[in-house]
Design a protein around this ligand. Structure first.
Ligand code: EAX
Length: 327
């Protein structure tokens, strides 16, 4: 059979339609990875970051976001940023002390009174000075973001007092400060990457976990956990990190653009947390979880007293007090 004469031109037209149009100016796409879902307090932040970077560099830089640990968990992301195989991440402070030990002081339980205290400390000289510590580790820390105050969930029992935590097998972050404190509670800490937690809870590898309401909601833990207690036992900061060589390559104006974009990201991040703090408890109750809301936090704090003495020696009590009393 003879092919109709117009066939080649049709093929050409079809091909042209699917070929991408070449960009007018040189353009670089940077990869950014987060370990939790797009519909989350990190998702809104990295989306805002991408939007602002593109806008503020007139499209010369684009940020392509990957969610739910598509390019790895948090520790892997930080390693990849050091190596330069990943450009950017927003991560909790969880695995960070393994890279920048000075920052571990922020992971001490009951260090911050409330959100305004934590935010103003991180935005002020204490937080800004700590951001500078990353550069010796081949990382440019663009900004402190936020993960939130962490609460305990589990499948064994409703936790009202610290003694109720004894013997619970809980997934913890790969964070030495958290693990030391949770042992003091009588918890059996099982460190693992966040990307493995849902399955571990579902299969009963661990009884519980602890995370801010924003994470508990984004990860749909209501499907695999029965009890939550609003212990608010530790504030969990987050960070926007970038490969240092990529940062150094930016012009002064582009550095400014990235820094401003990071600020916008943090705004979106904190606004979503404020909203989650109002919304999520209702969502968990509606999903069938028992919620212990009125917690005698002083009891939980008192239970950690021996650990606080240890932390005082390790980090310097005056450094801890400087943060505790920051106004
Ligand atoms: O960064 O690992 C964790 O529990 C973190 O809080 C979570 O992934 C968000």
């Amino acid at each position: 059979m003879r092919l109709p004469l117009f066939a080649p031109s049709l093929v050409l037209t079809a091909l042209l339609a699917v070929l991408p149009v070449a960009p007018a100016a040189a353009q670089e796409t940077l990869k950014m990875n987060i370990s939790i879902a797009q519909n989350s307090h990190y998702g809104v932040a990295v989306d805002a970051f991408a939007r602002e970077v593109e806008k503020r560099t007139s499209g010369r830089y684009k940020v392509q976001n990957f969610y739910s640990g598509a390019l790895g968990a948090e520790r892997e992301s930080i390693e990849a940023i050091q190596l330069g195989t990943l450009d950017l991440t927003m991560t909790s402070s969880g695995p960070v002390p393994n890279f920048v030990p000075e920052v571990a002081i922020l992971d001490i339980p009951f260090l911050f009174r409330d959100y305004p205290h934590a935010r103003s400390t991180l935005d002020g000289p204490i937080g800004q000075e700590m951001l500078g510590k990353f550069s010796a580790k081949n990382i440019q820390a663009l900004a402190w973001g936020e993960n939130g105050f962490r609460h305990m969930t589990n499948n064994r029992r409703s936790v009202a007092v610290p003694d109720d935590l004894k013997g619970l097998k809980m997934r913890t972050m790969e964070n030495p400060v958290h693990m030391q404190a949770y042992k003091q509670f009588g918890i059996i800490p099982t460190p693992m990457a966040f990307t493995e937690v849902f399955t571990a809870l579902q299969q009963g590898t661990v009884d519980g976990q602890e995370n801010p309401l924003s994470v508990i909601s984004a990860a749909k833990f209501v499907q695999v956990q029965k009890h939550i207690t609003l212990t608010g036992h530790v504030y969990s900061p987050a960070l926007i990190l970038m490969n240092k060589a990529k940062w150094e390559k930016l012009s002064a104006a582009d550095k400014q653009a990235f820094a401003e974009a990071a600020k916008e990201a943090v705004k979106a991040n904190r606004a979503r947390i404020d909203e989650d703090e109002r919304r999520v408890v209702g969502e968990l109750k509606a999903g069938g979880m028992t919620v212990v809301e009125n917690v005698d936090k002083a009891k939980f704090q008192a239970a950690l007293q021996p650990t606080f003495v240890e932390f005082g020696k390790k980090f310097g009590q005056e450094n801890i007090d400087r943060i505790r009393n920051y106004k």
